[in-house]
Design a protein around this ligand. Structure first.
Ligand code: MV4
Length: 507
């Protein structure tokens, strides 16, 4: 395995993650090539790169998913490697193989590793062989109703049917009683067939309200692998993560080490190289069960980078150049606590419906312990074609308590106008008594979140402002701030439109 220096990387992605990768490439003296769709002509990732090439129309399947075209661009411009980011082509085994077949380096695992972990049944089989704890259930695809019935009876209801080609919660069905089993299996199989082209489904015992804890791993092509501790991602809505943190508030050092060592065994078992994530469910007794492995750099990787003090993209690039890991397990330690909030163009008051529009105001928080990974500037429009995440707000502090307080401070500094975002929702989470105690699981939002709570917060703030008198507010408007419309003043005051209407009435 000879050293193979990478001099130019094409980033097959857009938005914040494209810029994130380019930043590290620049620091390593590596040239960057952006690809972009016509919707992203003036996007920041397009402008950040040393070179940029338009690859098609806005819909992903006419641009960012065109693997062959992207490989052709890389060859034409003399790039020697492709970084896929997350989403798009990042977990496409055929793309990894095609990049390598073209004589380029895929900055990620081999096609074989991606394939092995892409099938949940194959992944579980591999994990079982290496004594990784699994949720009780089937090890093979369900072949008959009789087989399914006897397994379901043996493990007890409720059970969960999952699609082998699924993942991330797609194609899952809970079955509470034996009488529903046949119908649910048939529906799950036909759904899996049409969604993934693979009808294989398997059964697991349904674990109610588990925590979602994942282990970051890094492996080289020389047989070395380490774990970079865990991220807790239990604050999710419909399998969309909204808040992630590292470390988890619930793990003990012994459980952390046990999970980390299991994750490393999974990575070694599939000949993994690069950055990967091994997902576990954790129950209230801290039993943990392997779920699946994500064979990419994840959205929430910054919380790990911050507490471990390592640049995951830099290590991905070094490993892709056939270098040995630059650290061993004993070199790795956790420092403090990091929390990430996904700032999405979504309206939490309206079922988290994606919101579109122009960022008429966009001011980022700054100061100690604050990192913002984004790809927007004031005045830019949010394209409708892609993920609604506009930024990741990440904070670091010595303790979890201080990190939550820092997140609230940073959210208050973040001024976004023109679209609805998840910022106020994030503040609600940080102030929630159960979240503060670390008493969270994947049912947190369903159990506690009611849209009215954000309204109450808005109106409460408005009421306080009104009762304090208009004076300080008027002063703001007339002197330091140049607010000229109701909506701008509303933003300066940090309140929503309903509260604004109310306050005008009170004044
Ligand atoms: C489960 C489960 C309960 N029991 N498996 C959802 C995403 C996919 N990676 C696996 N998922 C789950 N698998 C068993 N046997 C509950 C979930 C689950 C979940 C897991 C992680 C984070 C959020 C979740 C939300 C609902 C359900």
């Amino acid at each position: 395995m000879e050293f193979r220096k990478i001099n130019k990387i094409l980033i097959a992605n857009r938005g914040e993650i494209a810029i994130r990768v380019m930043r590290t490439a620049k620091e390593m003296g590596i040239k960057t090539v952006a690809v972009y769709s016509t919707a992203d002509r003036t996007a920041l990732h397009t402008r950040y790169a040393d070179e940029a090439v338009c690859i098609g129309d806005p819909p992903s399947n006419q641009s960012y998913l065109l693997g062959d075209k992207i490989i052709a661009v890389a060859k034409e411009l003399g790039a020697d490697a492709i970084h896929p980011g997350y989403g798009f082509l990042s977990e496409n085994a055929d793309f990894s193989a095609a990049v390598e077949a073209a004589g380029l380096v895929f900055i990620g695992p081999s096609a074989e590793s991606i394939r092995q972990m892409g099938s949940k049944i194959a992944a579980k089989e591999t994990a079982k062989k290496h004594n990784i704890p699994l949720v009780p259930g089937t090890e093979k695809a369900i072949q008959s109703l009789e087989e399914a019935t006897s397994i379901a009876n043996a493990i007890g209801y409720p059970i969960l049917i999952k699609a082998s080609a699924g993942g991330g919660g797609k194609g899952m069905r809970v079955v509470n009683e034996a009488k529903d089993l046949q119908e649910q299996i048939e529906m799950a199989q036909s759904e899996a067939k049409s969604a993934f082209g693979d009808a294989s489904v398997f059964i697991e015992k349904y674990i109610a309200a588990p925590r979602h804890i994942e282990i970051q791993v890094m492996a080289d092509k020389h047989g070395n692998a380490v774990y970079l501790f865990e991220r807790e991602c239990s604050i999710q809505r419909r399998h969309q993560k909204l808040v992630e943190e590292a470390p988890s508030a619930c793990l003990t050092p012994a459980v952390r080490q046990a999970m980390g060592e299991c994750a490393v065994r999974v990575a070694l078992a599939c000949n993994y190289s690069g950055a990967g994530t091994v997902e576990f469910l954790v129950d209230e007794k801290l039993n943990f069960y392997f779920l699946e492995m994500n064979t990419r750099l994840q959205v929430e990787h910054p919380v790990t980078e911050i507490i471990v003090g390592k640049d995951l993209v830099a290590e991905q690039i070094k490993v892709a150049q056939n270098e040995k890991l630059s650290y061993s397990q004993l070199d790795l330690h956790m420092n403090g606590h990091a929390i990430e909030l996904r700032v999405c163009a979504e309206d939490p008051m309206n079922n988290f419906l994606p919101d579109i529009g122009t960022l008429t105001m966009y001011r980022k928080p700054q100061g100690t312990g604050v990192r913002v990974d984004d790809a927007y500037e004031e005045g830019m429009a949010i394209p409708i074609y892609y993920d609604p995440m506009i930024a990741k707000l990440i904070v670091h502090a010595p303790t979890r308590e201080m990190a939550m307080d820092r997140m609230i401070r940073a959210i208050d500094e973040y001024k976004v106008n023109g679209i609805q975002t998840t910022l106020a929702f994030g503040k609600w989470v940080m102030q929630h008594e159960a979240f503060r105690r670390g008493a969270i699981d994947t049912g947190f939002i369903g159990k506690y979140f009611k849209p009215e709570q954000l309204k109450v917060e808005d109106e409460g703030e408005a009421l306080v402002a009104a009762l304090l008198g208009g004076m300080s507010f008027e002063n703001n408007v007339n002197t330091s701030k140049s607010a000229s419309s109701n909506s701008e003043m509303r933003v300066e005051a940090g309140i929503g439109s309903a509260a604004w209407e109310k306050r005008k009435g009170l004044r």
